[in-house]
Design a protein around this ligand. Structure first.
Ligand code: GTP
Ligand code: MG
Length: 459
C-alpha cells in the first residue's frame, strides 16, 4: 500500500462553471459527487474524492470553487508583492494567503490556491465554447504561480460552437503545451488513458502510479463489458427456454399469455437494473424503460409491434398487435424436439422422463394442452435493446444529466435484427428447465456453457 506521500494529489481548478465537479463525477464514476448546476458559483468549498486500483488509493482528487475575477486578483497580487521584490510564484501566493483580502473578497480564490499549493498538480478545466479572454489568461498565470504542473482539460469538446484551436494556441503561449480533450458528459473510450498519459509526461516521478491507474481503468472496463454480456445472455436463455403450459381454450391461452408477458417484462427490467448497477448508473439515467405497460411509452413495451420496428426488427404477421402477440403457440411438447405423436405415445407409455414432473393427472390430458413460448421477434428485441443500452452506458460519463436515448445502428445489433438466431438459443428452446422463469428451473453445466458461448457471441 502506498504511503500518503506516494498518493498523487490533484486539484481540479478553473474558471467557474467549466465542468470541474462534472470531471470529478466522471473520473470517479460517481454521479452523486458534489453539486452540479448550470449556474456559476455552485461549488463553494473544496471537496475530495479518491481513485483506487485493487483497493489501494492511488490518487486524491480535489474539487475546488470556480475562479471568478482573475484580473482583479492579479492586480492585487502585484500590489501585495511588487515585481521589484522578486518573489517567486509560490512566495507571492503565500503572501496573498496571509493577506486580509484572502479571507474576504478573494475567499473562494484563496481556497483554490491553498489547495493547489498543497497538491502535486492541477487539472485546469476549460469550457472550449468560451472565447479566450483576459480573465482566463490572468487566472492561469496566478494558478501557474503555485509552482506545480497544470494540465488543461478541454471540456465541452462534443458541444457545438467550440473554439478548440484558439484555446490550444492561448494555452501554448502561456507555456502549457500538454493538454487533453476530455468531454465529461461523453468522454472518448480512451479519454482517461489519454489524461493519465499526459499527466505522466508532466510528472515522471508519478508515471508508474499513473500507469497502474490507467491499466486498472482498462481492466475494469473490460470486466464490466464481460459481465454485461453475460447478464444479457442469461436474460436471453431465460426467455428462449421458457415454456408455459395452458389449456387450449382461448380464455386460458389469453390468461397464460398475459402472465408470460408480465413475467418477461419483469425479467427484462431486472436485467436493465443489473446493467445500470454494473455501470454505476441508476434509474434516473434511463427513465424511458419504466413504463412498460399501456400508456404513452408504448413504443418501449416488449410486446408492442412499434417497439420492434423502432429497433429495426421486421414485424411479421404474427406480431400484429393482438391478444397473443409476442407469444408462440405449439402443441404441447414440454420443449422437447420430438414429434408430438412420439412424445404423447412415449408419455402415455410412461417412458418419458418428464412425465413425473407433470403429474399423472396432467398426463391424461396432454392432448388438451398447448404450450406458449416467447416469440423469436421478442428475443431479438430483448437482445438489441440490452446491447443498445450497454453501448450507451459505455459511452456515458457520470456527469451526464440528460436521460439515455437508445440508438440501434451498431454492427453487433444488426445480426440480431436480421439473420438467424444463434444455435445456443435454439438449444435453449428445447430445455424448458433452463429458464429461471420456470418453476422447474434447474441449474446445469450445459446451461452455463451455453450462456458463456452466447455472451461471447453478443460481444
Ligand atoms: N454538454 C455538456 N455539459 C457539461 C459538460 N461538463 C459540464 N457540463 C454542464 O455544465 C454545467 C456546469 O458544470 P459543473 O460541473 O457544475 O461546473 P463547475 O466548474 O463545477 O462549476 P462551479 O462549481 O460553479 O465553478 C452543468 O450544467 C453541467 O451539466 C460537458 O462536457 N458537456
Ligand atoms: Mg463545481
Amino acid at each position: 500500500m502506498p504511503s500518503p506521500d506516494q498518493i498523487l494529489r490533484l486539484a481540479v481548478v478553473g474558471h467557474t462553471n467549466t465542468g470541474k465537479t462534472s470531471l470529478l463525477r466522471t473520473l470517479t464514476r460517481d454521479a452523486s459527487f458534489g453539486k452540479v448546476d448550470d449556474n456559476p458559483g455552485t461549488t463553494r468549498h473544496v471537496e475530495g474524492a479518491r481513485l483506487l486500483a485493487d483497493g489501494v488509493v492511488l490518487v486524491e482528487l480535489y474539487d475546488t470553487p470556480g475562479m471568478e475575477d482573475g484580473i482583479a486578483l492579479l492586480d492585487y497580487l502585484d500590489v501585495l508583492a511588487p515585481p521589484s521584490e522578486r518573489l517567486d510564484g509560490p512566495e507571492r501566493i503565500r503572501r496573498f494567503l496571509q493577506s486580509p483580502e484572502s479571507k474576504r473578497r478573494y475567499e473562494q480564490e484563496a481556497r483554490v490556491l491553498q489547495k493547489l499549493l498543497d497538491c502535486d498538480a492541477g487539472l485546469y478545466v476549460v469550457d472550449v465554447r468560451d472565447p479566450v479572454l483576459g480573465k482566463h489568461k490572468d487566472e492561469l498565470s496566478i494558478l501557474a504561480s503555485c509552482g506545480h504542473p497544470l494540465l488543461p482539460i478541454l471540456n465541452f469538446t462534443s458541444s457545438p460552437g467550440q473554439r478548440l484551436a484558439a484555446w490550444r494556441e492561448a494555452l501554448s503561449r502561456l507555456g502549457l503545451h500538454a493538454m487533453v480533450e476530455f468531454d465529461t458528459i461523453a468522454p472518448a473510450l480512451d479519454g482517461e488513458a489519454q489524461l493519465y498519459d499526459k499527466l505522466a509526461l508532466l510528472m515522471d516521478q508519478h508515471a508508474p502510479l499513473l500507469q497502474t491507474l490507467k491499466h486498472d481503468v482498462a481492466e475494469q472496463r473490460a470486466l464490466r463489458h464481460d459481465d454485461a454480456l453475460r447478464l444479457i445472455a442469461e436474460l436471453l436463455i431465460d426467455a428462449a427456454a421458457w415454456r408455459m403450459a395452458s389449456e387450449s381454450e382461448q380464455s386460458a391461452l389469453d390468461a397464460a399469455t398475459t402472465t408470460l408477458r408480465r413475467k418477461l417484462r419483469a425479467r427484462e427490467n431486472a436485467c436493465i437494473q443489473a446493467l445500470l448497477k454494473r455501470y454505476n448508473f441508476s434509474n434516473r439515467d434511463f427513465p424511458a424503460h419504466e413504463l412498460p405497460l399501456e400508456g404513452e411509452r408504448w413504443g418501449m413495451d416488449l410486446f408492442h409491434p412499434q417497439a420492434l420496428k423502432d429497433v429495426g426488427i421486421h414485424v411479421g404477421k404474427g406480431m400484429a398487435a393482438g391478444a397473443m402477440a409476442g407469444a408462440t403457440l405449439d402443441a404441447f411438447t414440454a420443449g422437447l424436439s420430438l414429434g408430438t405423436a412420439t412424445l404423447l405415445g412415449a408419455a402415455a407409455g410412461g417412458l418419458w422422463q418428464g412425465a413425473d414432473k407433470l403429474g399423472k393427472r396432467m398426463l391424461g390430458r396432454l392432448k388438451g394442452y398447448q404450450e406458449i413460448s416467447v416469440d423469436d421477434a421478442v428475443l431479438r428485441l430483448l437482445a438489441v435493446r440490452q446491447l443498445a443500452l450497454v453501448h450507451a452506458l459505455e459511452q456515458r460519463g457520470h456527469a451526464a444529466q440528460t436521460p439515455i436515448e437508445l440508438a440501434s445502428e451498431d454492427k453487433t445489433m444488426q445480426a440480431w435484427q436480421r439473420g438467424s438466431l444463434p444455435d445456443e438459443l435454439q438449444e435453449a428452446r428445447s430445455q424448458p428447465q433452463w429458464s429461471t422463469l420456470s418453476e422447474d428451473y434447474q441449474a446445469s453445466a450445459r446451461r452455463n456453457e451455453i450462456a458463456q458461448i452466447l455472451a461471447a457471441k453478443l460481444g
